[in-house]
Design a protein around this ligand. Structure first.
Ligand code: IPM
Ligand code: MG
Length: 368
């Protein structure tokens, strides 16, 4: 049987550095676990614009459609700020999400015991935190029409449109309920039904899906502004949060920071099952391209490594190997190994990006 295929799109800024560590780990799985992948690579974001004049070529898009899973590093950088909207690095990522129809974006926010002191919140508020944000990723105000900057009555007007169809809400709701069944069996659905019709429909459809298909899962509803407040006040009240594209973008950054470092959090973006039964899938760290530290060996590769763990779990049915990798990361953190972003007030000597990767591999070796 052919090996499972992976397309690596390392992207810009720290993307290639953190991805280099993931490549070592992919190699380890081939050598030590007999789990070989057919890995190909291409460009996305600013580097693709520099090489080809577009943030994602049609050829790279076609490769992404053909593989079992895509691993993405990060896109963007200040040198691209003045580019036309359609040429910005972010458009490459948005095109992948839209054309692969990756409607369910899983953003776990988990607080590692060894890092509970790093949160800006009190330790007891975040210790043991384990929430999953399910963000709708293909619709809403990110893609709704009409959009643009128009002239009306002698002045310009900027327009974006929040738009959700019932079927778009149904599919992401199902994804959240399915996940909840494998976790704490609780879903909190987040919108602003008090001011937005799209929120009224969202609440109604999510409730209908629960009542008809998931009566065993506890469902609550919350306005997005209150959810932001509750995430900071008492985040452990949540298990799975399901929300739209824009609220999910904002709330997942907030949830990420509860855990101490944005450098720690992975994500999976999943679509409908392909012919082989696996979901269309793209895995990427939640953090951005961090151009200010790129090329200095300071970046934390853990979010990207944990994104590969999610790929093992959700694309390749290798749940126990995903556990092994997550435990290796936990072990390294418990041993006090820290990249620069994880240096507490007590200081110490940070390891480089590549040393962190090597320590994770040593922990993987020790797990055999
Ligand atoms: C994210 C990012 C993206 C988004 C950007 C880079 C387009 O903030 O994945 O959260 O807004 O979705
Ligand atoms: Mg974001």
């Amino acid at each position: 049987m052919a090996n499972p295929s992976l397309l690596i799109l390392a992207g810009d800024g720290i993307g290639p550095e953190v991805m280099a560590e993931v490549k070592k780990i992919i190699g380890w799985y081939g050598d030590k676990r007999g789990l070989a992948f057919d890995v190909s690579e291409d460009l996305v974001g600013g580097c693709s614009y520099d090489a080809h004049g577009t943030p994602l070529t049609d050829a790279a898009m076609a490769k992404a459609q053909a593989v079992d899973a895509v691993l993405l590093g990060a896109v963007g950088g200040p040198q691209y700020d003045d580019l036309d909207f359609a040429l910005k690095p972010e458009r490459g990522l948005l095109r992948l999400r839209k054309e692969m129809d990756l409607y369910s974006n899983l953003r776990p926010a988990q607080c590692f015991d060894a890092l509970a002191d790093f949160s800006s919140l009190k330790k007891d508020v975040v210790a043991g935190l384990d929430i999953m944000i399910v963000r709708e990723l293909t619709s809403g105000v990110y893609f709704g029409e009409p959009r643009g900057i128009f002239t009306e009555g002698g002045e310009r007007v900027g327009i974006n449109t929040q738009r959700y169809t019932e079927s778009q809400i149904v599919r992401v709701a199902r994804s959240a309920f399915e996940l909840a069944r494998r976790r704490g069996n609780k879903v909190c659905s987040v919108e602003k039904a008090n001011v937005m019709e799209s929120g009224v429909l969202w609440r109604e459809v999510v409730t209908k899906v629960r009542d008809a298909e998931y009566p065993d899962v506890a469902l609550s509803h919350m306005y997005a502004d209150n959810c932001a407040m509750q995430l900071v006040r008492n985040p452990k009240q949540f298990d799975v949060i399901v929300t739209d594209n824009l609220f999910g973008d904002i709330l997942s950054d907030c949830a990420a920071m509860l855990t101490g470092s944005l450098g720690m959090l992975p994500s999976a973006s999943l679509g409908a099952p392909m012919a082989n039964g696996r979901p269309k899938a793209l895995y990427e760290p939640v953090h951005g391209s961090a151009p200010d530290i790129a090329g200095q060996g300071k970046a934390n590769p853990i979010a990207c490594v944990l994104s590969f763990a999610m790929a093992l779990r959700y694309s390749f049915d290798q749940g126990s190997e995903a556990d092994r990798l997550e435990k290796a990361v936990e072990k390294v953190l418990a041993d006090g190994v820290r990249t620069a972003d994880l240096m507490g007030p007590e200081g110490g000597v940070p390891v480089t990006t590549s040393e962190m990767g090597d320590r994770i591999i040593a922990a993987l070796d020790a797990s055999l």
